[in-house]
Design a binder for this molecule. Structure first.
Ligand code: UD1
Length: 423
């Protein structure tokens, strides 16, 4: 294990956060948007791209495919053609979203060889829906040596794709592939996440003909090619939601800026029910907390439901609520890895299958804890911020995958965080 993997964060907690905090572009929008660069006959420029381990990895993958790509000050410019159709195991295994190159390569070049992502800490996360969507569009797909080998030498053909359940990534792959298929496609039971709308908007700016984004049915009239465009990445609603809960848990007051408030409607409803003050502006929200808040139950659901990517943070928040809350995770199995770590900090949580029962306490205790995935790790940071004393979170490399400048942003609002380089 390299020293970077051992980096930790020391948190001097118990300080209410106050001030303004600015939200970056969304990781989960940026990753598919970057992949569309493979389909662009011209130059695709993305702005407000968050500087994260995951976006850098996607940029590395696109460079590996042969794109001429540069990233500076939140701006990515890329142009083709791609010369290498292989997405190798060593890159794909580091980031599951690498599977998003499958649709673009197949649509634009008629072939793709993409490693299967392999195991993942938050469940098995298969890619069968992605593969079936490509087959529906006329590709032949073989699985051999751990690779998806897909071919459509005469191009893809539009078709109706009906997903048995909602998948964000499979919707994105299908939409990108169908954008350059011949004829019209329909994607039924499509994901409705804001990141899907953002991707459709960018593809349309490149010349695609997509309608229905934000609803459960997408209609895509295939076009022969996509060309030069500039697109700004939508705000990160998960990062915003994390800061909102940080303010509540520390009993502080934060104005979270550069957001699209209606993307967080469900979180605002839940926060108001807990008694936390939520004051919404046109592109910001002011969160104010005073003392303890009430327990609330939530169940994760595809958008517009409560996001699974905010479940770990909300679990941490409920550890300090008044009363008992029940949190059900319906999207991923095995997404409660933060629970044993929160219990080490004195939380009272029991997990039964996909439901966690949390009996709120008036305080947690500092302890050394370990991050196991991106959202779990930030939930431990939130718990540390709300706990008097020094909490050390190890393996925080997960944090760098999804939170740009976290220590700087929180530090400017009064948090005391220190990164520890361990050898
Ligand atoms: C995306 C997000 C991730 C978020 C998740 C759910 C990105 C880069 N990541 O992940 O942060 O937690 O949406 O909101 O945008 N599934 C299958 N077969 C498939 C595809 C998915 O069974 O072919 C299952 C998954 O295992 C999971 C469920 O479908 O149980 C939903 O996953 P999906 O929406 O596809 O998540 P991702 O796109 O991987």
């Amino acid at each position: 294990m390299g020293s970077l993997e051992m980096d930790g964060l020391e948190i001097e907690g118990g300080i209410p956060l106050h001030g303004d905090i600015y939200v970056s572009g969304a990781k989960n929008a940026a990753l598919p948007l970057l992949a569309t660069g493979l389909m662009c006959d011209g130059t695709l420029t993305l702005t407000h791209v968050p500087d994260l381990a995951d976006t850098r990895l996607m940029i590395e993958l696109l460079a590996h495919h042969g794109l001429d790509i540069g990233f500076q000050d939140g701006r990515v410019s890329m142009s083709g053609p791609a010369t290498n159709m292989d997405a190798p195991y060593d890159l794909v295994s580091k980031m599951r979203a690498s599977i998003l190159v499958l649709g673009p390569l197949l649509a634009r070049y008629g072939e793709a060889r993409v490693s299967l992502p392999g195991g993942c800490a938050i469940g098995t996360r298969p890619v069968d829906l992605h593969i079936r969507a490509m087959q529906k569009l006329g590709a032949t797909v073989e699985l051999a040596d751990g690779y998806i080998q897909a071919r459509a030498p005469k191009g893809l053909t539009g078709n109706k794709i009906v997903f048995p359940f909602v998948s964000v990534g499979a919707t994105e792959n299908a939409m990108m592939a169908a954008a350059c298929a011949s004829g019209t496609s329909q994607i039924v039971n499509a994901a409705r996440e804001p990141e899907i709308i953002d991707l459709a908007d960018c593809l349309n700016a490149m010349g695609a003909r997509i309608t229905g984004q934000g609803t459960d049915t997408l209609t895509i009239e295939g076009v022969a090619s996509l060309s030069t465009a500039t697109h700004r990445v939508v705000a990160d609603r998960v990062e915003a939601g994390t800061f909102i809960m940080a303010a509540a848990m520390t009993g502080g007051s934060l104005t979270v800026r550069d957001i699209i408030p209606h993307h967080l409607d469900v979180l605002f409803d839940v926060m108001r029910q807990t008694g936390v003050g939520i004051d919404i502006g046109d592109n910001f929200v002011t969160v104010s907390a005073n003392g303890r808040y009430q327990a609330q139950n939530v169940e994760t659901q595809p958008y517009p439901g409560f996001p699974t990517d905010l479940q770990a943070q909300f679990t941490a928040m409920m550890c300090l609520a008044e009363g008992v809350s029940q949190i059900s995770e319906t999207i991923f199995e095995n997404r409660f890895m933060h629970v044993p770590e929160l219990v080490r900090m004195g939380a009272d949580i029991s997990v039964d299958g996909r439901t966690a029962i949390i009996r709120g306490k008036d305080a947690l205790l500092p302890a050394p804890v370990m991050a196991t995935d991106l959202r779990a790790s930030v939930s431990l940071v939130l718990a540390g911020l709300a706990t008097t004393g020094t909490t050390s979170v190890s393996r925080i490399y997960h944090l760098d995958r999804g939170y740009a400048g976290l220590e700087t942003k929180l530090g400017a609002c009064g948090a005391r965080l220190r990164r520890i380089h361990q050898s």
